[in-house]
Design a protein. Structure first.
Ligand code: GDD
Length: 410
């Protein structure tokens, strides 16, 4: 049997996702009309002999209750949310719940970061992992040398694929091969985490007895014994010991830390739906009479006027109303939004219950990595008729009656 664990973090993480994380935990923010965490969960569903899926985080239990019960019913696989009493780090959180994770006596454990967007080639990874016969296999990808330092950089043996060297977000360039935040382990991972934690405790005791403190790096000195990071504390020390291997994906991969990246990833997942869930894309069945261009998701409860023109990369959530003559390109429209006649929305995220007036424009240049590369309207923002909002972030509950450009409206 196999189990999967998805690390969802907690409210103190994901701060770059504001203002969209004010009222929804980042892992539940919709990409291509489905909660962010839904995409790795559906990928896990395709693993043969999958017994359970666990979400581990330090959000309040109630934030996830509704989602885990509906997704368990839908996929016919138990999905459980396990709440840490405090952050234990990506490996510490796994270790904290080891008894529950091992309930079904699985031979393999998948571990996935919730904030990565990829095709999750989990079954292929598992096969490769079995061939390597190590303790763990890490999904890796080649990125541009300039962007590599935002991730864990690593060196792998070109023939055996063994992980030879690992450095987390190094200041000087090590390699353009990076850690995708998707892993498969044997249960030996728990012994490895235990070792790190015991070693840390020993060192803490030593420091207590002598003035060893100066020999310790400042970061390891500050960490509690039960806080273990998968990257720095496990991948780095276990590299080059024939225990860790790599599996390279040639498919798409992105990390989702900012609203801009969520818009990009929403588009990537919509494009993937063509292969995995074509029924979720609008236009194919002819039921939506509006003109649809490219990949578009429209929630069944949304009302779209037949003269609206929508797409590509548009995702429309529940109870949204789109008026006559509206044009939408590259956007995420969240629940209960109203876009009135002849308004235009391009490269933007429109927050829950917002309203965009007649002949208004909400837009940006669509540079997903720039701070103001997309326009974001927080929850319940009102853009009055004929107002133009360009490359701006508008915090919740604001009313805009004049046009703005390159502004953050607090
Ligand atoms: N439950 C729980 N508890 N989850 C946590 C905790 C914790 O204490 N700390 C982090 N996480 C979750 C986050 O929500 C995220 O899904 C994942 O673990 C990794 O988060 P970070 O540890 O903050 O690392 P990162 O996202 O900056 O970088 C990691 O992922 C990159 C790929 O996206 C590193 O492993 C990089 O090497 C890697 O390239």
């Amino acid at each position: 049997k196999v189990v999967a664990v998805i690390m969802v973090g907690g409210p103190t993480k994901g701060t770059r996702f504001r203002p969209l994380s004010f009222n929804t935990p980042k892992p539940l923010f919709p990409l291509a009309g489905q909660p962010m965490v839904h995409h790795p969960i559906s990928a896990c569903k395709r693993i043969p002999n999958l017994a359970q899926i666990f979400l581990i985080g330090f959000y309040e239990e109630k934030e996830f209750t509704l989602y885990v019960s509906s997704i368990s019913n839908e996929l016919k696989i138990p999905v459980r949310y396990l709440k840490e009493d405090k952050p234990h780090g990506s490996a510490g959180g796994l270790y904290y719940f080891r008894n529950i994770i091992m309930e079904d006596n699985p031979s393999h454990i998948f571990l996935l970061n919730c904030d990565v967007c990829c095709s999750f080639p989990l079954t292929d990874m598992l096969e490769a992992h079995k061939r390597y016969s190590g303790m763990g296999t890490v999904l890796v990808i080649k990125v541009s040398a300039e962007s590599a330092n935002q991730f864990g950089e690593l060196v792998a043996d070109p023939i055996t694929k063994e992980l030879l060297h690992y450095t987390e977000k190094p200041e000087t360039f090590v390699s353009d091969l990076i850690n995708c935040g998707v892993y498969v382990f044997t249960p030996d991972i728990f012994t490895a985490i235990q070792e790190v934690s015991t070693h840390r405790e020993d060192q803490a005791n030593l420091r207590h007895l002598s003035s060893f403190e100066t020999l310790q790096s400042p970061t390891s000195r500050a960490l509690p014994q039960d806080f273990v990071r998968l990257d720095q504390d496990i991948l780095s020390p276990f590299a080059g010991k024939k225990q860790l291997y790599t599996y390279e994906t040639m498919d798409f991969w992105e990390q989702i830390k900012t609203p801009g990246m969520s818009l990009k990833c929403s588009g990537l997942y919509l494009a993937q739906f063509r292969y995995t869930s074509p029924d979720l894309l609008a236009g194919g069945d002819g039921t939506k009479s509006a003109s649809i261009l490219g990949d578009v998701y429209v929630h069944p409860s949304a009302k779209v006027h037949p003269t609206a023109k929508i797409g590509p990369n548009v995702s429309i959530s529940a109870n949204v109303r789109i008026g006559a003559g509206v044009r939408l390109i590259g956007c995420i429209i969240l629940d209960d939004v109203e876009v009135q006649e002849n308004a235009v929305v391009i490269n933007s995220i429109v927050g829950w219950k917002s309203s965009i007036g007649k002949w208004s424009r909400v837009q940006a240049d669509g540079d997903y990595n720039a701070k103001l590369g997309i326009t974001i309207l927080g929850e319940a923002v009102i853009v009055e008729d004929e107002v133009v909002v360009i490359s701006s972030i508008v915090l919740p509950n604001k009313t805009l009656n004049v046009s703005v450009q390159d502004e953050i409206i607090l």
